[in-house]
Design a protein around this ligand. Structure first.
Ligand SMILES: [Zn+2]
Length: 215
């Protein structure tokens, strides 16, 4: 912890992101237990041509559903710490995460970033990179097209809607790398698929997808 962090800790003592109880890990024991019951820490083989496996922590329901909704839509950006602290306590996943060369957060477009003030996947990826020592690449994948909110569409419409929404830059940074694409929720997989399709152009060694939850 640096000096500024220490001072900030005195002014704003760290709390459990879920219930608000003072806790230096941003997650109290009671909420941690609830999450533990729900956690899957699953690895599934992908059916996509563009990524090999899908890793996720939770099914998108119960407490974690509320946490993710708060994190994305209710201005509670600090919840990334709660989620990451929970994730990194899992030895199996910590080891797996460490085995990647590079983590790439699923991008959001400029307008959305301005509205929300943060890219939820970027904050999560940045923290994972910091704790595991893998490289964060945030200037390779861009969302350039303004699309209709995916949650309002069915599977077929989602695939169409997302086509051509992403752009690749600095492809050389990803060449021959084992890449982990990070997104918050996996629903039909069309976002992950489209992101990985673009990443494939960079000729990486392998691409896997990691999401906090699977719907
Ligand atoms: Zn709590």
């Amino acid at each position: 912890m640096n000096k500024i962090e220490k001072i900030l800790n005195i002014i704003y003592p760290p709390k459990c992101g879920i219930c608000g109880k003072l806790n230096e890990n941003f997650l109290c024991n009671k909420c941690k237990k609830t999450l533990e019951i729900q956690a899957k820490f699953a690895i599934e083989k992908s059916e996509s041509n563009y990524f090999k496996q899908h890793l996720y922590i939770f099914e998108y329901q119960g407490m974690i559903r509320k946490v993710i909704l708060d994190y994305k839509f209710n201005d509670k950006s600090y919840l990334y710490k709660t989620i990451i602290n929970f994730l990194l306590k899992n030895e199996k996943f910590f080891k797996i995460l460490k085995s990647y060369d590079t983590i790439v957060p699923a991008p959001i477009n400029k307008k959305r970033n301005k509205q929300r003030g943060y890219n939820q996947s970027y904050l999560l990826a940045k923290e994972i990179a910091k704790e595991t020592g893998i490289t964060l690449e945030n200037d390779c994948l861009y969302k350039t097209k303004n699309i209709i909110e995916q949650s309002k569409l069915n599977k077929e419409e989602r695939q169409k809607n997302i086509q051509g929404a992403y752009e690749l830059k600095h492809a050389e940074k990803l060449e021959n790398k084992k890449i982990l694409l990070l997104d918050d929720i996996y629903t039909t997989g069309s976002t992950a698929n489209e992101c990985c399709k673009i990443l494939t152009v960079a000729n990486p060694k392998q691409i896997d997808v990691f999401t906090i939850a699977k719907d």
